[in-house]
Design a protein around this ligand. Structure first.
Ligand SMILES: *[C@@H]1O[C@H](CO)[C@@H](O)[C@H](O)[C@H]1NC(C)=O
Ligand SMILES: *[C@@H]1O[C@H](CO)[C@@H](O)[C@H](O)[C@H]1NC(C)=O
Ligand SMILES: *[C@@H]1O[C@H](CO)[C@@H](O)[C@H](O)[C@H]1NC(C)=O
Ligand SMILES: *[C@@H]1O[C@H](CO)[C@@H](O)[C@H](O)[C@H]1NC(C)=O
Ligand SMILES: *[C@@H]1O[C@H](CO)[C@@H](O)[C@H](O)[C@H]1NC(C)=O
Ligand SMILES: *[C@@H]1O[C@H](CO)[C@@H](O)[C@H](O)[C@H]1NC(C)=O
Ligand SMILES: *[C@@H]1O[C@H](CO)[C@@H](O)[C@H](O)[C@H]1NC(C)=O
Ligand SMILES: *[C@@H]1O[C@H](CO)[C@@H](O)[C@H](O)[C@H]1NC(C)=O
Ligand SMILES: *[C@@H]1O[C@H](CO)[C@@H](O)[C@H](O)[C@H]1NC(C)=O
Ligand SMILES: *[C@@H]1O[C@H](CO)[C@@H](O)[C@H](O)[C@H]1NC(C)=O
Ligand SMILES: *[C@@H]1O[C@H](CO)[C@@H](O)[C@H](O)[C@H]1NC(C)=O
Ligand SMILES: [Cu+2]
Length: 570
């Protein structure tokens, strides 16, 4: 049966690549154990079709996608299509307990959705526990016309950055949640390979052959579980042309700052003397105590064709990466890029705002259970919250939130997520670090409901409780306009004047500046239940999560249909 499915998939791929008009791209994802060697020893990971990183999903804008997911792994899992709008197909979005229950071991589910109104690089990943550490891959959306809003590159190269835990990542995170502590990653990877700065990894270095004078489109993804990253290539600059599959004004830079969950399209021209150049990535982390930071560097090699070892003696050149807490470099990158007005699927900023939210983002603590031993700060457990609400997934309630919403089942969630933080204080003052009366937030399952097509503005305000940190906030189902950002406490009179209402960046994952704020706006025109969370998985698991319910529009064509018959049951 499975062999037949694979064969059918292969036929579908051939059909889809030979047709110019909208096609159906049908794939099978066999999710299974895989034994691989990293950092000197063998380890069992979970992988799709035996590949790590997983297979790339390549489509033309407008295509229909069908992915049969067979879970032959020992863990519950779901797959999320990160950044894909899922217009009127929220049942295929994937986050466990939000839009579906997990696909249990031995079970299968078929994701069906159309990829419309977006082009560029996105990615797919598991969205249950931390299976996504090794279950992820690129989504490449080609323009239907074949035309990019920039000269056609010579070749396209997916470059997936990741982090690596030296052990069974499910077990490591289970321990983390039991002790309430944090365990840093042990390595970073480029296309799954740590590179030659790590022990036993000389032959696990990503190598890219390039032709001098040619321009390559690097399709960049940060798939790391817990880390924002800096990425550089020795002696080369590149041009950013899209982020999160939305075209940008061309931005020339010698560095890419890519937060957890983000993707970017960059043009790289091999315009240097023939030779060897390292590409390298290391973390951008602020606010964590030293032992909780993975300060390692991954690197891969750019090899110019025709370069002769005998004639050039020098070792490969290594780029100089910023120190891990270099916020000025990160802020310059995040705040300088604008969207490409008039590019395919560009949308103007909606000007009439219906809903205003001001959401504080804090790391905090939760009490250590009686008789347990916790090793987090003050011997308590780490926790995280928005507006002083720390989210609990509705585990063991029989349904996902979207099923409960659709079938009017009560008792899973409430719709009273607060518009404002309950207390106003000196949010970003470092002295509030560990002030006991703001450090503990209650656990709840509070979501927010929006009328169809309403315009929502959110100011995310980072606080210094426990530590100010950079949080990449990801919204499912929609892109947002990033109007402005800054440091300190948001001042609505002064800071609204800084809003870019003309050509702000459009993205699905927005980093909140460390000890600062960011203002975003979106039109709630896609009915469903959309997860909204920090893409640093530790923070996500500690509760830095909520969901937005977007109600149906007035007509069947603006409403979400019933769930597919094979939607997994809890
Ligand atoms: C998969 O690996 C896990 C350990 O990571 C092991 O417990 C399980 O038995 C393995 N399953 C199969 C089908 O090999
Ligand atoms: C997929 O799961 C369905 C139940 O949802 C089951 O009937 C079917 O046999 C499974 N398919 C395969 C190929 O295992
Ligand atoms: C995808 O688009 C086709 C053609 O417009 C439509 O018939 C189909 O229902 C759509 N599928 C989903 C899952 O939205
Ligand atoms: C490599 O191995 C040595 C000796 O075991 C150890 O001291 C060092 O920390 C290791 N380096 C890395 C990057 O793991
Ligand atoms: C990589 O090197 C290790 C020894 O460090 C060796 O065991 C392994 O077989 C090599 N792998 C490949 C693919 O060459
Ligand atoms: C804690 O441990 C004590 C002594 O073993 C036991 O009597 C008590 O019931 C435990 N409390 C909880 C909540 O488990
Ligand atoms: C849920 O409740 C709404 C409003 O009361 C109603 O319109 C809808 O038909 C109900 N849905 C189901 C599946 O019962
Ligand atoms: C915490 O409580 C104390 C005493 O009630 C008060 O003086 C202090 O201002 C409070 N801190 C914050 C940040 O609200
Ligand atoms: C959060 O809520 C708890 C419980 O209601 C309260 O004690 C605490 O002061 C609140 N903290 C903040 C920052 O609002
Ligand atoms: C949503 O509202 C905008 C105006 O803000 C309007 O142009 C658009 O047609 C509306 N869309 C739908 C589907 O009602
Ligand atoms: C796996 O998912 C099923 C169905 O939702 C649930 O009953 C079970 O508790 C889950 N198992 C784990 C280990 O989370
Ligand atoms: Cu975070």
């Amino acid at each position: 049966m499975k062999i037949l499915m694979l064969w059918l998939t292969w036929v579908a791929v051939i059909l889809s690549t030979s047709m110019a008009s909208a096609a159906t791209v049908e794939r099978t994802f066999m999710v299974q154990n895989k034994t691989i060697t990293r950092l000197c020893h063998k380890q069992i990971i979970v992988a799709v079709n035996g590949l790590f990183p997983g297979p790339k999903l390549e489509v033309n804008e407008g295509d229909s996608v069908i992915v049969h997911v067979f879970n032959d792994s020992p863990y519950n899992l779901t797959i999320h299509w990160h950044g894909v709008f899922q217009l009127f197909s929220a049942w295929a979005d994937g986050p466990e307990y939000i839009t579906q229950c997990s696909i249990r071991p031995g079970h299968n589910y078929t994701y069906k959705f159309n990829v419309t109104q977006q082009e560029g690089t996105l990615w797919w990943h598991a969205h249950a526990s931390v299976i996504r550490a090794t279950v992820h891959g690129a989504i490449i959306i080609h323009p239907r016309s074949g035309q990019f809003p920039f000269p056609k590159p010579y070749k396209e190269v997916p470059i997936i950055l990741g982090d690596w835990y030296d052990g069974n990542v499910e077990e490591i995170v289970k321990k983390e949640l039991e002790t309430g502590d944090k365990i840093p990653s042990d390595a970073f990877t480029i296309n799954g390979l740590p590179g030659d700065l790590f022990n036993c990894s000389k032959n696990q270095t990503f190598k890219l052959k390039v032709k001098q004078g040619k321009t390559y489109l690097f399709r960049m993804v940060n798939a790391a579980l817990n880390n924002n990253l800096f990425f550089k290539i020795a002696n080369h600059k590149f041009t950013v042309v899209a982020m999160d599959a939305a075209y940008t004004d061309h931005y020339i830079s010698d560095i890419l700052v890519i937060a957890a969950g983000q993707s970017a399209d960059i043009l790289f021209t091999a315009d240097q003397p023939k030779g060897l150049y390292y590409m390298a990535a290391s973390p951008y982390i602020v606010g964590e105590p030293e032992p909780l930071i993975d300060k390692t560097t991954t690197r891969g090699l750019v090899v110019y064709e025709g370069y002769k070892k005998s004639t050039i003696k020098h070792k490969p050149l290594m780029p100089i990466l910023p120190f891990h807490d270099n916020t000025p470099i990160a802020h310059k990158f995040f705040s300088s890029i604008t969207s490409l007005v008039g590019a395919p699927y560009w949308v103007p900023v909606p000007l009439d705002v219906d809903e205003h939210l001001y959401i504080t983002i804090s790391i905090g603590l939760q009490p250590c259970p009686i008789n347990a031993t916790c090793t987090g700060p003050l011997k308590q457990k780490f926790s995280a919250n928005m507006n002083n609400e720390s989210f609990l997934l509705p585990i063991g309630k029989g349904f996902s939130i979207m099923e409960a919403y659709f079938y009017n089942v009560s008792g899973l969630y409430t719709t009273d997520f607060p518009y404002y933080p309950p207390k106003t204080f000196d949010f970003t003052n470092p002295k509030i670090f560990l002030d006991a009366n703001v450090t503990f937030a209650p656990k709840s399952t509070k979501v927010m409901k929006f009328k169809f097509n309403s315009t929502v503005e959110i100011v995310f305000q980072n606080t210094a409780i426990l530590n100010a940190q950079s949080h990449p906030m990801h919204l499912h189902g929609l892109n947002v306009h990033v109007l402005a950002q800054g440091f300190g406490i948001f001042d609505s009179t002064k800071d609204k004047l800084k809003y870019n209402l003309v050509n702000p960046l459009i993205r699905n994952t927005v980093p909140v500046p460390v000890g600062g704020w960011v203002a975003i706006r979106f039109q709630a025109n896609n009915p469903g239940v959309w997860f909204m969370h920090c893409h640093v998985d530790d923070h996500n698991l500690w509760g830095l999560v909520t969901a937005f319910i977007i109600e149906n529009g007035p007509t069947p064509s603006t409403s979400l249909g019933p769930p597919p018959a094979d939607l997994p049951k809890c």
